[in-house]
Design a protein around this ligand. Structure first.
Ligand SMILES: Cc1cc2nc3c(=O)[nH]c(=O)nc-3n(C[C@H](O)[C@H](O)[C@H](O)COP(=O)(O)OP(=O)(O)OC[C@H]3O[C@@H](n4cnc5c(N)ncnc54)[C@H](O)[C@@H]3O)c2cc1C
Length: 452
């Protein structure tokens, strides 16, 4: 007689691992099935031969991401401040200007306009109830328009639009016409406010994990290694009988409950028997992933710091990258410049071969930081839309109409199947914190079902 587990967790990202940790602590029998040959999902630390590394996936944590700080403390993981001193650069209309703090040097009308737009988004977002964004009296209006329509309506100057666009594209990882205003507002509220989402100091980019984010994921799994099966893509979930059967090529396992902790776009590829409720199926068809490429130059040292630069750049659509950051390690023993290449800029950039991408990147890095920037020890980049087991990032995006027509269908349990993944979290949706919260919530749903 085959073993019947208390639970099978599908997906070895932070969400599945957070669920696994709770099931392990509660001494439940479970199996975690991961499609890739590694854990961490949308977090991935790429190591070079000499031990240097870059985080090609999620890398930052910040205030109010309580689960992340708690897990890091529990597992002896250290974090450090993101470098945030010196002059920032604004690359606007092919002119480079430097500035300090959050306010770029540009015409006063555009500055006032930027402040107005960001504050307006924050004011509207404050009205969103995270557990039911669709219940707001303005929800149907906000869900009928894209974030682009909002930006076009409220950005009165061209320069305001360009800067707002680069900032918001970096936050949402898409063109602004790919996401509904209601989702944009929900996302802002979910991560506290826009200032938090955009900032390093006191914001979502405040801290990095020493040694990289993916080793953190591996550390979470240390105590239940024996319950993990890598290289095990799940193809079918059958709950037509008393127990749920989960199968893929060459395996079938049985459990009382299942937690699905994979991105919506990949849930669509699993065959369910019986079929998922129509509303869930339809919503899964609507949620598309954003597209982000991370582009790195690795240097002997963070030379830009001694030249008075923070490493931060905001650039309009004439440049291949929306934003740049200093992404050097905790001890600054080498320097890392990180550029975010997002949405249409990413589609264009990653349609070229690596040699061309490197050439374009180094030209821009040199333009911003001088000759030394043209001589990295390593160049590397990564486009997440190209990954079979992510199909994009940072997270699934609600287009117009999706919130008001489908509401919270994504997280609603389906028989013995419970749903995790950052896209099912009300708080810090799209972030690693959201993934952990969702995994913990799904594990508690399973525990409640095991011991009603
Ligand atoms: C470039 C980039 C930058 C980011 N920056 C940040 C940041 O700085 N801070 C932050 O908080 N967040 C950031 N994010 C977002 C963050 O990484 C994600 O929100 C989070 O990691 C999602 O975790 P998850 O467990 O929900 O999903 P995932 O990490 O996607 O995990 C899902 C897992 O399921 C597996 N899987 C899929 N299908 C199957 C199947 N059929 N069978 C078995 N396994 C399957 C996948 O291989 C994957 O391992 C970033 C993401 C990217 C890509």
């Amino acid at each position: 007689m085959a073993q019947i587990f208390d639970c099978i967790v599908i997906g070895g990202g932070f969400s599945g691992l957070a669920a696994g940790q709770i099931l392990h602590n509660e001494q439940k029998s479970f199996l975690l099935l991961e499609a890739r040959d590694r854990l961490g999902g949308r977090t991935h630390t790429r190591h070079f031969d000499d031990g240097k590394y870059v985080d090609i996936g999620g890398q930052w944590i910040g205030p109010t991401q309580d689960r992340m700080y708690r897990l890091a403390t529990e597992h002896g993981i250290e974090w450090y401040e993101t470098y945030n001193e010196g002059n920032n650069i604004l690359d606007l209309n092919q002119v480079i200007k430097t500035y300090t703090g959050l306010i770029p040097k540009m015409d006063i009308a555009s500055l006032i306009n930027i402040d107005f737009v960001l504050k307006k988004l924050d004011r509207l977002a404050k009205k969103i109830e995270l557990s039911n964004p669709w219940s707001n009296p303005n929800a149907s209006t906000w869900d009928s328009m894209s974030l682009e329509a909002f930006a076009k309506k409220h950005c009165y100057t061209k320069n305001c639009y360009k800067v707002v666009r680069a900032g918001l594209e970096t936050v949402y990882a898409c063109e602004l016409n790919e996401v509904s205003l209601l989702h944009a507002l929900f996302y802002i509220r979910s991560g506290t406010n826009l200032n938090v989402l955009l900032s390093i100091k006191d914001g979502a980019q405040q801290h990095r994990i020493k040694g990289g984010m993916q080793p953190f994921a591996e550390k979470l799994a240390e105590k239940f290694q024996h319950s993990i099966r890598l290289n095990s893509p799940v193809k079918r979930i059958d709950q037509s009988k008393a127990v749920v059967s989960v199968s893929g090529d060459g395996f079938v396992y049985h459990a009382k409950h299942v937690i699905v902790a994979v991105p919506p776009v990949l849930i669509r590829e699993i065959e369910f028997s019986p079929s998922l409720p129509l509303k869930k199926q339809q919503l899964l068809q609507k949620l598309s992933m954003g597209i982000v490429g991370k582009v790195f130059g690795v240097y002997e040292k963070p030379f830009w710091r001694s030249n008075g630069f923070s490493g931060q750049v905001v650039a309009d659509e004439n440049a291949p990258f929306q934003t740049l950051f200093d992404s050097s390690p905790a001890d600054s023993s080498y320097g890392v410049l990180l550029a975010f290449c997002i949405a249409n800029r990413a589609r264009e950039f990653f349609s070229q071969n690596e040699q061309t991408r490197k050439k374009i990147t180094l030209e821009y890095f040199e333009r911003y930081f001088g000759k030394e920037a043209a001589q990295p020890i390593y160049y590397t980049d990564h486009c997440w839309a190209d990954e079979a087991w992510s199909k994009g990032c940072y997270a699934g995006l609600y287009p117009t109409g999706a919130w008001t027509n489908f509401q919270n269908e994504l997280a609603r349990p389906t028989g013995s199947i419970f749903w995790a993944g950052t896209e099912t979290s009300d708080v810090w949706y799209g972030y690693i914190e959201g993934a952990v919260r969702a995994g913990e919530r799904a594990a508690h749903e399973v525990l409640n079902s095991l011991n009603p």
